[in-house]
Ligand binder design. Structure first.
Ligand SMILES: NCc1[nH]cc(CCC(=O)O)c1CC(=O)O
Length: 339
């Protein structure tokens, strides 16, 4: 073993002295991002007593291109990793030691030198409909067993969404609806529905729950009706690939179920290699007996085409399962989808 190698030197130092404090954590500055970062810090403190000191961590808010661009659909701006580029740079420069992300916003292929070290237990992965005043009273019937969640939306309603995945699945089921881009953070979107600018919007219930705004969700849509985004509801933590001591620390709070499903969902997304203009959904769930069931969806943004498939395999082969499903959907989609 080459003990002069920096990896080994640092790993040995960990065992004797623990991590060098304070640990610098990178986060976006939105209320949701800050909540997620604090939630993560609470978890790590609960398993690691030496980190309970308030001064053990230093929070660094990092503004990303995705935060600054508010008026256009992210898909139009292009470029994967719009929410993370500046955060990766801060990690590689050593300005931060680790970073907390909404895993669904993190590109599948991370820059060299950065790895996803840990995924937290998944929050509810489903999408929810937030109804404006024009839809008052429509939620109740739509929530009933057997009813379509979309029946809460009046004919021809104007829906604000920036997600081509949600738009495609919505229009496929309800071609009468109109969709327009709504951006901004969760609170901004809620207020724009509240003022009547849109009849309704679709948001991840996970974000609403974390912000204690889930009472604004009129109808929660089953993942069997609307396939969520890959890794929706999962918080992921990135570190420098050679930071052995942080890897060790983070492995203590890693959730094995979210790790397995996120591997499958991210492998699926990676295999499709769609542009961010391609509506793609991916959702895996762990079954008893150590199996994993992965559903994938690709569609046209206008809802004129939609393909959905499910594969089941062993959780230990999560990556292979994701790749296989991605390749299957790629092969069976019309040429324009991935053109
Ligand atoms: N793209 C924005 C985003 N990124 C993560 C969440 C919250 C849900 C999650 O943790 O996946 C949201 C808001 C939303 O989609 O409604």
């Amino acid at each position: 073993m080459d003990l002069a190698h920096p990896h080994h030197a640092r790993a040995r130092a960990t065992r004797h002295h623990g991590p060098t404090l304070p640990l610098k954590v990178g986060t976006r500055g939105s209320p949701l991002a800050l909540y997620q970062t604090r939630h993560f810090l609470d978890l790590i403190r609960s398993v690691c007593p030496i980190l309970r000191d308030v001064e053990a961590f230093e929070e660094h808010e990092i503004s990303t291109a995705g935060d600054r661009i508010q008026d256009r659909r992210l898909a139009e701006i292009g470029g994967k990793g719009l929410f993370a580029k500046e955060i990766h740079e801060a990690l590689l420069d050593g300005r931060v030691d680790f970073a907390v992300h909404s895993l669904k916003d993190l590109e599948t292929e991370l820059p060299p030198g950065i790895v996803l070290a840990c995924t937290l237990r998944r929050e509810d992965p489903r999408d929810a409909i937030v109804l404006g005043t024009a839809c008052e009273g429509t939620a109740e019937a739509a929530c009933q067993a057997g009813a379509s969640p979309f029946s809460a939306l009046p004919f021809g309603a104007l829906i604000g969404t920036a997600s081509v995945r949600r738009q495609a699945q919505l229009l496929y089921a309800r071609p009468d609806l109109r969709c327009e881009v709504i951006r901004g953070n969760v609170q901004t979107r809620l207020s724009r529905v509240g003022t009547g600018e849109f009849d309704a919007s679709l948001l991840a219930i996970a974000g609403l729950k974390r912000l204690e705004l889930d009472h604004r969700a009129g109808v929660v849509i089953s993942e069997d009706v609307m396939v969520p985004a890959a890794c929706q509801g999962i918080i992921g933590v990135t570190v420098r690939a050679d930071d052995v001591e942080l890897h060790e620390l983070l492995s203590a709070i890693c959730d094995t179920e979210s790790r397995a499903v996120s591997l499958a969902e991210r492998a699926f997304l990676g295999a499709l290699d769609g542009s961010c203009r391609t509506p793609i959904g991916g959702h895996a769930r762990l079954l008893p007996e150590g199996e994993i069931r992965l559903t994938g969806l690709v569609a046209r943004a206008d809802g004129s085409f939609l393909l959905r498939r499910t594969l089941t395999g062993h959780a230990t082969d999560a990556v292979a399962l994701g790749q296989a499903l991605g390749e299957e959907l790629l092969a069976d989609s019309p040429a324009d989808i991935f053109g």
